[in-house]
Design a protein around this ligand. Structure first.
Ligand SMILES: C[S@@+](CC[C@H](N)C(=O)[O-])C[C@H]1O[C@@H](n2cnc3c(N)ncnc32)[C@H](O)[C@@H]1O
Length: 314
C-alpha cells in the first residue's frame, strides 16, 4: 500500500483480484476507485459481494491482465502474481499436491490442462520445461520417470505425479520443499502462459499509468522477479546515456519510470510468521514519468521446445 502512495480521488487497478485483499485495502485506505481483474471465474464470483457493497467505487472484470486496456489513465497498477490461496486450497483445481485431485492447474478452467502437458509432451520437452521454468537440475531424471510411468496409463492425478517425481529423485533429506514443487511450478507456468502474461501485463500497465502513477509488483519466484527487475531497470535507465561504446549517442528512449528503490523489498519476520506463504514474496515498484511508453516487452522464450509442443496441443 505504501508503494502505491494512495491518494484521495485516485483510480487504481488491481490486476490480480484473487481473494480481494488488495482491492479491499485500497478502498479502505483512500477515497478512491478500484478497477480489478482476474482470469479465474471463481475469483470473479467471490468478488460480487464487494461490487455490491462498494457504492460504484469498485468494478471487477474477468480477463487476463495481459489484455488490459482501459479507457482512462490510472494512478496505480498492482500485480500480486501467481496463484491465490483459494486456488491452492481448493483441491479440485489441481495446483497443489497437498491433496489428491485431477491434474488441472488451469486458472480459467478452460483449454488444455496440466495432465495434457504431462501426457502429451515428449520426454525432451518435459525435461526442457522442468529445467527452464522449474529451475530444477533433476529435470532429465524427472522427465524420464514421467515417460516411463505414463507408458502404463495416463497420469491424471496430483498425488500420482508428486509420487513419480519423488521416487525419481528420492526424498531430499532436510529439504524444506517437496521434491515435486518445481515440477508443479513449471507445469502451472506453461499451462497459464504466466511469463507471457507478465510481459504483456507490464507493458499494458506502462501504457495505462498517468505521469506520477505507480506500478507495484509482488512476485514469488526468481523468473518473474528477474523479468520485473529488468523491465523497470531498462525503463528507468539508471545509466542515463547511450552505451559505453557510443557514450555520446543520444538516448534511444526517455525513461518511462523512475526508481525510488533499486532493491526488492522482502517481507519481514513478523509477516512471514503470520503468513508463511509470503515467505518468497518480492516487491518492486516504480513511478511513471511523462515520457511515452516504450515498445511492448517481449515475452522470454525459456523453454522453447516445450512451448512449441504445447502450442500444438493447445
Ligand atoms: C496471488 S493471487 C492474488 C491475491 C490477492 N492479492 C488477494 O489479496 O487475495 C493471484 C491471482 O491472480 C490471478 N491471475 C494470475 N494470472 C493472471 C492473469 N494473467 N490475468 C488475470 N488474473 C491473473 C489468479 O487467478 C489469482 O486469483
Amino acid at each position: 500500500m505504501e508503494a502505491l502512495a494512495l491518494k484521495s480521488g485516485g483510480v487504481y487497478v488491481d490486476a490480480t483480484f484473487g481473494g480481494g485483499g488488495y482491492s479491499r485495502e485500497i478502498l479502505a485506505r483512500a477515497d478512491s476507485r478500484v478497477i480489478a481483474f482476474d482470469r479465474d471465474p471463481d475469483a470473479i464470483a467471490r468478488g460480487q459481494a464487494l461490487v455490491q457493497s462498494a457504492n460504484g467505487k469498485f468494478t471487477l472484470h474477468q480477463g487476463r491482465f495481459g489484455d488490459l486496456a482501459l479507457d482512462e489513465a490510472v494512478d496505480g497498477v498492482v500485480f500480486d502474481l501467481g496463484v491465490s490461496s483459494f486456488q491452492l486450497d481448493e483441491a479440485d483445481r489441481g495446483f497443489s499436491f497437498q491433496a489428491d485431485a485431477d491434474l488441472d492447474m488451469r486458472m480459467e478452467r478452460e483449454g488444455p490442462s496440466a495432465a495434457d502437458a504431462v501426457n502429451g509432451l515428449s520426454e525432451a520437452a518435459l525435461a526442457d520445461l522442468i529445467y527452464h521454468l522449474g529451475e530444477d537440475d533433476e529435470s532429465r531424471r524427472i522427465a524420464r520417470a514421467i515417460v516411463q510411468a505414463r507408458a502404463a496409463g495416463p497420469i491424471t492425478r496430483t498425488l500420482q505425479l508428486a509420487g513419480i517425481v519423488e521416487r525419481a529423485v528420492g526424498g531430499r533429506k532436510g529439504a524444506r520443499t517437496h521434491p515435486a514443487t518445481k515440477t508443479f511450478q513449471a507445469l502451472r507456468m506453461l499451462v497459464n502462459d504466466e511469463l507471457g502474461e507478465l510481459a504483456r501485463g507490464l507493458s499494458a500497465a506502462e501504457r495505462a499509468l498517468k505521469p506520477g502513477g505507480r506500478l507495484a509488483v509482488v512476485s514469488f519466484h526468481s523468473l518473474e522477479d528477474r523479468m520485473v527487475k529488468q523491465f523497470i531497470a531498462a525503463r528507468a535507465d539508471a545509466q542515463g546515456r547511450g552505451s559505453r561504446h557510443m557514450p555520446d549517442a543520444p538516448r534511444a528512449r526517455e525513461p518511462s519510470f523512475t526508481l525510488e528503490r533499486k532493491r526488492a523489498t522482502a517481507p519481514g519476520d513478523a509477516e512471514t510468521a503470520a503468513n508463511p506463504r509470503a515467505r518468497s514474496a518480492s516487491l518492486r515498484w516504480a513511478v511513471r514519468t511523462d515520457a511515452p511508453a516504450w515498445d511492448d516487452l517481449e515475452a522470454p522464450v525459456l523453454a522453447a521446445r516445450a512451448e512449441a509442443e504445447w502450442r500444438k496441443l493447445a
